[in-house]
Design a protein around this ligand. Sequence first.
Ligand code: ADP
Length: 322
Amino acid sequence: MIQLLKVTKTYGQRQAVAGLSLDIGPGEFVVLIGPSGSGKSTTLRLINRLVEFDTGSLRFAGQDIRSFAPEALRRRMGYAIQSVGLFPHWTVEKNIATVPRLLGWPAARTAARVHELLELLQLDPAQFARRYPHELSGGQQQRVGVARALAADPEVLLMDEPFGALDPVTRLALQQELKRIHTLSGKTIVLVTHDIDEALYLGGRIVLFREGRVVQDGSPLALLTRPADGFVSDFLGRSELGLKRLGLGTVADRLRPGEPAGGDPVRSDANLREALSAFFVQGRESLPVVDAQGRPAGALHLVDLLAAHPASPPAAAAGEGA
Ligand code: ADP
């Protein structure tokens, strides 16, 4: 779907992107992560032609990216950024309708789409459609930013720290929504973050950047269990997925009851730290769980450990600021 081959971008003396190769397939959820200044945002902007690359090759849907008009490209690729960039004097409704209006959609179709998106992002249309951005909480503004990026049903969603600057509870609620949207829509999503826990939670695939290059590209499990070098393990070591925190919970807390799984079982009363080592030892992303009597109880998924669960349940988090 999106292919970068030895792409470079230089600003003055500084190589922001230094021979980057990356192949993103349709429906993938790819998270770009790395230290500040490692070239993540520039890579995202090269993909939608907000920035032009210098050398190498960049293809979208099988064609040279330069064969698309930048406007055409941006319609096919939604773009959501941390600062949100909502138009302050436009209502929520009008903000979300930006691209459909540019595309000349009939008013009724646009209105129906706005309504649908507000519901998808769990903002009650009756309550929010006519509000102005300053009448919303930070989390609600970011939802509107995501809704706007999705409005014309783009094939690709490019997101640059879309949940930055939010409190952890709101952040988790939006991450969960984004996961749900990805599952429902099967869209290709490329998301930039510097938050390792966000990357582990969201990404089916994580691409770790350093100085304009890819250091490692793989599943969360692969990065955690087979880090390419010391830089990768140091970077992942910053995860809040701290052993201390995991030691506090038990397998039963994260169990998916009744679900089958392959591998050597873990006990439901084992703590999550023990479970984590079982994942690594067995090199699996899910494991069967048995109760104290050895009877099958369900499955434990590595992603459920990676999710940084705050103290409050997701249902409460979803009602944030409303
Ligand atoms: P990241 O998203 O990983 O923080 P960026 O892609 O924003 O990194 O930046 C990579 C490098 O390119 C940084 O050194 C940054 O200062 C530089 N850079 C990015 N955009 C510009 C620009 N418009 N002008 C000059 N330098 C830039």
